[in-house]
Design a protein. Structure first.
Lengths: 271, 424, 304
């Protein structure tokens, strides 16, 4: 790609400035995570040493909930993307009113503020016996991701040329065969991007977790993290330590999935 | 395909390791999620569980504040799965849940703990609805003290001001020395809590309760006078840009000598102490002008939802152990609050705590223990009052003043029409 | 293309296969969205404190009360400001950064991590971090301005009612640009390399290649980013609630935070439900036509 960057110095400077702006608050967060409570009263002062106690408290307080978060997020990401892709496929290729109408009805779901669904949701989840269980959260995260994942995949499928679909169908490829063998492999960048976005969204969910879990066996780490900011007091040191720890799995997912951001090759995926 | 099979296997493995959480131990819901608050509740539950081997309870943190806890409670009540006990605010909040038929009357527990003797009169009246106790006080904080940086005061030769004129003089001395006189923080509570001092100075204890019961109008000359006093004293002393700070940032300013004084609830003492700023050495306190001999307090109580007899019994035993002098000491000392139980030995407190306990005891004798007005008013009036006072404190213009008065008075009329006021 | 497949019954086998694909998603939607939305609409016609076992029917009163309330209208206006900001800010910066990085820069991988990292931070921590950045006397922003001799520009960032929403936008820009960046970057990488090669052989400059070749092909990504920006602007809640609670004095309130405060801070569930319904309607009126138009454009470009 280097041959494309003729005006690299200018681009480099712009990117560098933005990077500096993006990093500054992160540095602040990191420094705070290694400050003692007395040092935290002075925002910009450098810490005198590394106050490891914050990390100890963060680990202790998150404890098992960190594992719960992993057990919740992994499957929920896979399921939500799967359902989104399954819904997006016919909606991307169906002609006529029915498809478009279904698509828009599904999209309206994105407009619903999740705060309003909590009470009915609680009653439903309890009725089917999934209250305070990790599979209950898989179900809920999958269900509430339907509109967004459908929207996302529908648009990504649109970037796969339609001529491929028609050619494949003429060659006798079945509807589901095209989906599994051609469309999904050709959309790997989109699927990966969605996986990253969903990992982050589900990993950081607090609202559903608060409504649908009650015990340590199912509560995710976000509950523990939010707990560092109590109504009156905020334990800034452990809060920042816990935050930095909790970003690691999402960053890991990011690094893992972004490998799939490879240059698409026209028609290559089908052959 | 291989990947899908692999994923399926992984899902199955995960699902099989997950135990279905059964709620066996009765729970106490609270929002003491962090810091000394958490230390207090943990110590309290440890103590009661030791006292009641046959009535074990478990704490459950609802991160956030009273609003998040209410949301959680509402869901739980709808689903018929409320906790055994929860942390409730006093007065109006309690009344809402009593009116909704959600709470179990604590008459027996109250008798057992001799509630009428161990709590100050002002404390008792905000936990009884129509004479029946529905909440048991355990966590009390005074909100009418001003914290000050001792070194700054000594350097500038300022003595703790006892009246409004000397407060204004102290502010001037501080400002001339390049120090922000009075710290404050943004949010609907802090300016309102500060406002109580000028309010009580103007309308007295009776007037305070009359505002709480809706008898004294917001467009009355008395209320306007209180606003004017607040504007001319505290508002004129506030630190520059105070509204953009949190209360801990405002406390940091006192610790670091940027601000001279800070009127805040006594939890600020625990915060400053934790930051290495010792009570009696780094900082000291004085009652805000007009509140000497009085105690304005903010308080949390334990409330017990209606539920299975067994759970209600456990809740009762928990409360009995929790408000005993030992239980109160276990909670109040680490948390840095006061025990509402006046039989608790004041020796358990540190320098600052002892001073606050003394204030409470003296005020209790003088029958001048005043509950936080915010919770005496109907919930929507109290919340609006807090918001309007903050807006006024940011910009005490005539426009904002008349806006404040018009908004609140309209709301008072509305609440009166709905019969929402209570005579506490 | 239906005629390619012989029609057997009313529905072609293709259509039936398509419908089979849709069953599960539509079922999930029906169960988890339709019922809660209907129950909210039902609640909005009542006066209820959320605690009492009974509620009182009041018809459309909650709606009439709201439209006459300055507090409500202010929140609607704030949502509109957020809409404008979200469509331009994070989207523009995300596209810029993705386009620049797509050309290949030294340390590209590190930059990619830096731009994405803030997006992974939970809202409560974003609030804490930006509370320090915006501390008005010695926070990061004020101190930086003072250090470069622009101390006069320092403001009461989160405490000035006229300024607080803009200050929050800064925090949100930092927080959510990672999303736009990621989608655009994935979109750019999904563009068939032959197209770019062809343009390059014809002697187009990188600038021309981007605007003439890449950007039009980025259309699906653009729709995703703009659509989500619009929706996030309407649904915005966490950061505002965690940073300012909608304050000072309602200044930074948006509909979702106001709904939350009215419901649980003031025990007015009926009115809060009416706010939710308004939110749905406003979002529907403002956003859905746009998404419809965009999607039609995608469909047209596909047909080519």
């Amino acid at each position: 790609m280097t041959s494309l960057s003729r005006n690299r110095p200018a681009a480099g400077i712009v990117v560098f400035i933005f990077a500096a702006l993006f990093v500054a608050p992160l540095v602040l967060a990191f420094l705070t995570s290694i400050k003692s409570p007395a040092e935290i009263t002075r925002v910009l002062a450098l810490p005198s040493g590394i106050y490891i106690e914050n990390y100890r408290i963060a680990f202790e307080r998150m404890g098992r909930s960190f594992l719960n978060s992993i057990a919740i997020t992994g499957p929920a990401v896979v399921l939500s993307i799967a359902v989104g892709a399954i819904a997006a496929y016919p909606l991307a290729f169906m002609r006529g009113r029915g498809g478009r109408l279904t698509y828009f009805v599904l999209l309206t779901g994105m407009l619903v503020p999740f705060q309003i669904v909590q009470i009915p949701l609680f009653l439903m989840i309890r009725a089917i016996g999934l209250f305070d269980t990790i599979p209950g959260l898989w179900l809920v995260h999958t269900a509430y991701a339907v509109p967004f994942c459908t929207f996302f995949m529908r648009n990504f499928f649109a970037s796969v040329p339609r001529s491929m679909y028609e050619a494949a169908r003429i060659e006798g490829c079945s509807v589901s065969g095209y989906f599994w063998r051609i469309l999904l492999p050709a959309s790997v960048s989109g699927l990966s991007a969605l996986a990253i976005i969903q990992s982050r969204a589900i990993w950081n969910d607090l609202l559903f977790a608060m409504t649908l879990t009650s015990s340590d066996s199912a509560r995710p780490a976000t509950v523990a993290i939010a707990g560092f900011a109590s109504s009156l007091q905020v334990e800034y040191g452990p809060l920042m330590a816990a935050t930095l720890i909790s970003t690691l799995p999402v960053m890991l997912a990011y690094l893992l999935f972004q490998k799939a951001f490879v240059r698409g090759l026209l028609g290559g995926a089908g052959k | 395909m291989k990947k899908i099979i692999w994923l399926g296997a992984a899902l199955g493995a995960l699902a099989s390791t997950i135990t279905v959480g059964a709620q066996t131990v009765p729970e106490i819901w609270h929002y003491y999620a962090a810091g000394s608050e958490k230390a207090g509740i943990d110590a309290l539950i440890a103590y009661t569980n030791k006292q009641n081997p046959d009535a074990q309870v478990a704490g459950r943190v609802i991160p956030g504040n009273a609003v998040e806890l209410r949301r959680q409670l509402q869901t739980a009540f709808m689903g018929g799965q409320p906790p055994a006990i929860y942390q409730s605010s006093m007065a109006s909040e309690l009344k809402t849940f009593v009116d909704g038929g959600r709470l179990h009357p604590l008459t027996d527990v109250w008798k057992e703990i001799r509630g009428d003797q161990i709590f100050p009169e002002g404390v008792q009246r905000v936990v009884k609805i129509n004479g029946v106790p529905y909440g048991v006080p355990y966590d009390l904080s005074l909100i009418n003290n001003v914290f000050y940086n001792k070194a700054t005061f000594e350097k500038l030769g300022i003595t703790p001001p006892a009246d409004w004129d000397s407060l204004k003089a102290a502010c001037k001395t501080l400002r001339d020395a390049g120090i922000q006189p009075l710290a404050n923080a943004g949010g609907p509570f802090w300016s309102l809590y500060n406002f109580y001092a000028p309010l009580v100075s103007t309308v007295g204890v009776d007037g305070y309760y009359k505002i709480a019961s809706g008898e004294l109008a917001f467009d009355s000359p008395e209320f306007r006078k209180a606003l004017a006093l607040y504007r001319d004293t505290m508002v004129s002393c506030y630190a520059q840009n105070w509204s953009g700070k949190t209360w801990t940032q405002a406390a940091d300013d006192v610790v670091n000598g940027n601000s001279g004084m800070f009127m805040m609830g006594i939890w600020a003492a625990a915060y400053m102490k934790q930051a290495g700023f010792e009570p009696g050495k780094g900082f000291d306190v004085f009652p805000a002008p007009g509140t000497d001999g009085k105690a304005i307090f903010q308080m949390d109580v334990f409330a017990a939802p209606e539920g299975p007899a067994e759970t209600v019994k456990v809740a009762g035993k928990f409360i009995e152990a929790a408000v005993s002098p030992e239980g109160q000491a276990a909670f109040a000392v680490p948390k840095g609050s006061l025990a509402p139980n006046i039989e608790v030995d004041p020796k358990i407190y540190d320098y600052a705590g002892a001073k606050f306990a003394q204030q409470l005891a003296a005020a209790s004798k003088a029958n001048a223990v005043l509950p936080n007005l915010f919770f005496l008013l109907p919930t929507k009036v109290g919340t609006e009052l807090g918001t309007q006072i903050e807006k006024f404190a940011i910009d005490p213009s005539e426009a904002n003043e008349s806006d404040l008065i018009a908004t609140l008075e309209a709301l008072r009329q509305e609440a009166l029409a709905e019969n929402a006021y209570t005579k506490w | 293309m239906k005629q390619l497949v012989p029609r057997r019954s009313v529905l072609s086998s293709t259509t039936r296969a398509h419908i089979a694909f849709l069953i599960l998603p539509v079922a999930l939607f029906a169960v988890f969205y339709v019922y809660p939305i209907l129950s909210t609409a039902y609640l909005s016609l009542h006066s209820w404190d959320g605690v009492a076992p009974t509620m009182r029917y009041v018809g459309l009163q909650n709606y009439f009360v709201l439209v006459r309330q300055p507090r409500f209208l202010h929140a609607v206006m704030n949502n509109m400001s957020w809409l404008a900001f979200m469509l331009l800010g994070p989207t523009g910066v995300g596209l810029l950064l993705a386009a620049l990085l797509d050309r290949g820069l030294r340390a590209e991988k590190i930059y990619r991590m830096i731009f994405f990292l803030p997006f992974t931070i939970p809202a409560v921590a974003v609030a804490a971090i930006w509370r320090w950045v915006y501390e008005p006397t010695n926070g990061l922003l004020t101190a930086t301005l003072q250090a470069v001799g622009l101390g006069g520009w320092a403001q009461n960032w989160l405490g000035d009612p006229a300024l607080v929403t803009y200050a929050l936008m800064g925090a949100v820009l930092w927080w959510t640009t990672g999303f736009a960046f990621l989608v655009f970057f994935a979109g750019l990488r999904n563009i068939p390399v032959e197209f770019i090669e062809a343009a390059r052989i014809e002697g187009a400059s990188p600038w021309q290649i981007f605007w003439k070749v890449s950007f039009p092909l980025l259309w699906p990504s653009t729709i995703i980013v703009l659509g989500m920006a619009a929706i996030d602007a309407m649904r915005l809640f966490d950061v505002i609630w965690a940073t300012t609670n909608g304050g000072p004095a309602y200044a930074s309130e948006v509909l979702a935070t106001q709904m939350y405060d009215v419901a649980f801070g003031r025990f007015e569930m009926g009115k809060a439900s009416a706010i939710s319904v308004f939110l749905l309607i406003i979002a529907g009126v403002v956003i859905m036509p746009y998404i419809a138009a965009m999607s039609r454009r995608v469909a047209e470009s596909e047909a080519e």
